[in-house]
Write a protein that binds this ligand. Structure first.
Ligand code: FAD
Length: 566
């Protein structure tokens, strides 16, 4: 009524496509459509990568108020724990992959996929620069830029060659589905080549020498798979060369499977040695040529190993785009992209990183913990009484669950017990907690809080955690539920990421698997192999891949593995 000129205008807003359009019915009675230059109100979330972390994020995101753009050079999710099985045809490559479009199609949300790789992250302008992937049908190299409000970096890592000469050119890697397929072809290739006439026995022996570098779970599993493939299937098909086959596993440390319980390591080493797998520990590769691997033993002795096929599996390094981005945000000297416990990249406000490309910066946690203590030390004496210390520790445990977890694992009530343990039998009332001393005691906690392992388990849990934060972003802005803020008042919006270790497997071949479950429960043998089958079948991302994987296992039981070189 106060604005007669406006009173006769009916404005209807409708959201159409990506933009907002206003329909105005003016006084004249004529209809006019006035496009309003307003952007979609939805927050744009760009997700880089369709691996464990990215896919888990996409599967768990539920809040329809986001406009989600997924960018990855591969249009599928790959179930990496089964890649060693793909190298020998125990499981087919297509059985372990699920199209990402299939995964997001089922969600009633605005999620789009672009098959391209991100080549540059421009944090200042909130843009990612992308290039269409190599190897697509079109073979084009189109470039484009995508804007974001939030960026989720989940682009994983690549194999680390430690710049050892010749590795990149001569070794196979086991990281992607294509790598597994290539290894499968190469193994058969070696057997076919070794069967050709006019070769000396020495040359045949070289061609049939398979060397695996790296005694971690992937290297060990591949060695075991290869041993089974050779002894269960290939020896029947290539009887003339079967005596010449050799498998060597090289590991720089003193033992293989270092991250597992000692019982598992011992069992695996004994099993491999009994089967005739040449296990060389304390052996560091220094150079690789097309026919030889040069090593240096711990004793200082150098040796040269002729080989036919070498698989490099010694750990992971950062992708170039992540390395460039780390320089941009002042993290050039780090091993991986450092985030806080809420998975946000340090020195940024809307970029999150998870999975193999990221690491939670625990040094910061330690700094915070020490600062909490100093704050509690009101008289600046450098000490706290046991009672004060307990209160502070309760506070720290609330903020940093890792500390609580560490104390629980050590079967200690709190850090005062930890100090008692290090100081010997002292009476609680007499404990004066020296902050400096405490810091050194906490270095044990620090090593416990060391980087999370680069596993699918961590990546998937981080993806689910971050999706949950995004789902509750608005609600939590109003009602923060996380731990108390150390700097300033109030609480954090979300609880920090908390990793829940569900155990790990190490398949050792011959239908035997080692399982290390929480609470140091170790099981090795055929029963664990069945546990492995059921866990991996249940963890498949779709019923389609579940059925494919199970039928591959059954096919292998009945007909053996296929040795066609296709
Ligand atoms: P990835 O799963 O590697 O996904 C990275 C994604 O980013 C991919 O989609 C990739 O195409 C995409 N990408 C790459 N570059 C770009 C770019 N420039 N722009 C956009 N996207 C990009 N873990 C376990 O817990 N248990 C196991 O048994 C196990 N077995 C394994 C066996 C093998 C052979 C391997 C290689 C790994 C295994 N792992 C296992 C480790 C596990 O696979 C990784 O920890 C996990 O894949 C990490 O997930 P991620 O999402 O960080 O990276």
């Amino acid at each position: 009524h106060d604005h007669p000129s406006l009173s006769k205008i009916v404005v209807l807003f409708a959201v159409s496509g990506g933009g907002l359009v206003a329909y105005a019915e003016a006084n004249s009675g004529a209809q006019a459509i006035v496009p309003v230059e307003a952007e979609s109100k939805k927050k744009r979330v760009v997700v880089l990568g369709t691996g464990w972390a990215g896919t888990s994020f996409l599967r768990n995101i539920k809040n329809p108020t986001y406009d989600i753009q997924v960018i990855s050079p591969r249009n599928y999710f790959a179930f990496t724990p089964l890649l060693p099985s793909v190298t020998c045809g125990t499981v087919e490559a297509r059985s372990v992959v699920e199209p990402i479009r299939n995964i997001v199609r089922k969600k009633n949300m605005d999620i789009r996929f672009l098959e391209a790789e991100c080549v540059k992250i421009d944090a200042e302008n909130k843009k990612v620069h992308c290039r269409t992937s190599n190897g697509t049908n079109l073979n084009g190299k189109e470039e484009f830029v995508v804007d974001y409000d939030y960026l989720v970096i989940a682009i994983g890592a690549r194999s680390n060659t430690f710049n050892i000469p010749g590795v990149e050119e001569n070794c196979k890697f086991l990281k992607e589905v294509e790598d597994a397929q290539e290894i499968r072809r190469s193994v058969i290739d070696c057997f076919e080549r070794a069967s050709l006439p006019n070769l000396s026995d020495e040359e045949r022996k070289r061609i049939l020498h398979f060397v695996i570098v790296g005694g971690g779970p992937t290297g060990v599993e591949f060695a075991a798979e290869l041993y089974d493939f050779v002894n269960e299937d290939l020896v029947k098909l290539y009887p003339r060369v079967k005596e010449l086959v050799n498998i060597t596993l090289l590991e720089a440390a003193d033992h293989i499977l270092n991250m597992f319980d000692k019982r598992i390591t011992e069992f695996a080493e004994t099993k491999f040695r009994r089967e005739g797998i040449n296990l060389k520990t304390g052996s560091m590769v220094v150079k690789v040529t097309d026919k030889e691997i040069s090593t240096k033993e711990k004793t200082g002795e150098a040796s040269s190993i002729p080989y036919g096929m070498a698989v490099w599996s010694t750990g992971i390094g950062q992708r170039p785009v992540v390395r460039d981005f780390m320089k941009q945000v002042g993290q050039a000297s780090r091993r991986a992209l450092a985030t806080d416990e809420w998975l946000r990249v340090e020195q940024t406000d809307s970029i999150y990183a998870l999975g193999d490309c990221a690491t939670i910066n625990q040094r910061k946690v330690m700094e915070d913990i020490v600062a909490i203590f100093s704050k509690a030390d009101k008289d600046n004496s450098g000490t706290l009484t046991a009672k004060e210390a307990r209160e502070v520790i309760a506070d720290i445990c609330e903020r940093y669950p890792q500390v609580e977890l560490y104390l629980k694992n050590k079967k200690l009530g709190d850090v005062v017990d930890l100090l008692k343990e290090s100081k010997g039998d002292v009476k609680e009332e007499s404990i004066e907690l020296d902050i400096a001393e405490f810091t050194s005691a906490l270095s044990q906690v620090d090593s416990q809080m060391k980087n999370l392992p680069a596993t699918a388990q961590v990546a998937a849990q981080q993806g689910a955690y971050l999706a949950d934060c995004f789902n509750r972003m608005e609600q939590c802005e109003k009602y923060p539920e996380g731990p108390l803020r150390f700097r300033g008042e109030g609480r954090h919006r979300f609880r920090p990421f908390r990793y829940k270790h569900l155990g790990q497997f190490a398949p050792l071949g011959g239908e035997q698997t080692a399982a290390q479950l929480p609470g140091d429960w170790v099981s090795i043998g055929h029963s664990s192999q069945w546990l492995w089958y059921s866990v991996y079948a249940s963890k498949q991302v779709s019923w389609r891949t579940r059925m494919l994987v199970i039928s591959d296992w059954m096919r292998r039981f009945v007909f053996g593995r296929d040795s066609s070189r296709i």
